[in-house]
Design a binder for this molecule. Sequence first.
Ligand code: NAD
Length: 476
Amino acid sequence: MTRPTLILNGEARDTGSLGTLPLMDPATETEIAQIPKAGRAEAIEAARLAAEGFAEWSAVSPFERSKILRAAAAIMREQADAAAGDMTREQGKPLAQARGEWMVSADCLEWFAEEGRRTYGRLVPSRAANMTWAVHQRPVGPVAAFTPWNFPAFTVMQKLAPALAAGCSVVLKPAEETPMTAWRICRALLDAGLPPKAIGLIWGDPAEISDTLIKVPEIRKVSLTGSIRVGRLLASAAGHELKKVTMELGGHAPVIIARDADLSQLVPLAAEWKFRNTGQVCVSPTRFLVETPLYDDFVAGMAEAAAKITVGNGADPKTAMGPLTTAAQLTKVQGLYDDAVAKGARVAAGGERIGNQGWFFAPTVLADMTADMRAMNEEPFGPLALVAKVDNIDAALAEANRLPVGLASYAFTENSTTRHRIASGIKAGMLGVNHFALAMPETPFGGVLDSGMGSEGGMEGISAYLTPFLVTARES
Ligand code: NAD
């Protein structure tokens, strides 16, 4: 098993200025290891190193940077089995999902390694014959990146790959729950030849580290994937310091199921994507809004599919759904479930904790959901499929747009007019029509409203780490 360490100047640090933290296995509730706990001292050191690393890495040509990043992607692919084992151990997801996430993260790195070579500037026709107006693209500077535990590889890579490809250095603060995966990614980059000061890896006291990194003058950009609560804290602090931000925050994805949807295709997909990663996905399909004619069949189909899901330790190849990643998540899911049932929700499947060791909660389908229930308003981030009946598409859109968040949304319909009506009426950053797969390295990923600011992925992902530099010159 990997024992993760902090990494500063390319060197392992296995002690932290604030002592140690336990790293837990969510499937067994046993301690995997004691890991170092960093704070203000390491944050200041990491920022100083990142400033030096920025000077060095931004001076490397995009062509050479690309070679190093592609070599790191190759190292990652070679380590897929071991990395998946570590990820499952610390996060809980089934091995196949962990391996898939690791490989997509290597793809993401490779895609941005290529994209970094295409960060072209432009020549603008000037107003005078003897002038040239040239717009260059420069890296924004050292970046502080904060990531969650639900996708411990992909959320890290959506920041590291574009930032490094653009020529930025990064101080990465992954979730304390999933440091092994972040450590492996940083090691792959360093082993591939990334200058040691171009990446720093610290974790420990999140508030102390983020507060310090945002305030120090060396850091010029703050990028967070996480909750709306922490987004508000970090964006406010960064705003005060006038630093650029990218905020990928929570969602509460509606799924509009029109009366002409093909249930035979929808139900297996909905069950697979709802319970994938135990529902701990920011774009997880959450509120299923079903037109009346299909409602009973959809609830019955989801309940049957949910009951067939094999729940267990992610390390067991038979497991389709692992535990929740933290004890706090289990408490939250149980609370939302209890509230919904007390207010009249119908339990069509699941509804209880499984066993008394490991943070397992059964794949659950709650029907007859109404807007007064907490789960319809707070992101469950767990295995709760919430189903509500709607009279028509207008009512579905009204419910979909009721919350102040707008990350992913989904529509199931065979009718192109309905599809266009939903696409033009929905308030979200993304819409999946007749499927649930949204996060690709090539395409922008992000939300509107309280779901955040900026996008990751695609050309938008790299422009978030670039800033224009204008040179106007008078030719003699
Ligand atoms: P979180 O907000 O609690 O933590 C996110 C990161 O911020 C962690 O590394 C955490 O340690 C750090 N952090 C920095 N300063 C902090 C402070 N002052 N207090 C607490 N944490 C601080 O989020 P989480 O629980 O790890 O992840 C779940 C959330 O992330 C969900 O809301 C989910 O929707 C969201 N998420 C969003 C996306 C997206 O792309 N939009 C992707 C995955 C997860």
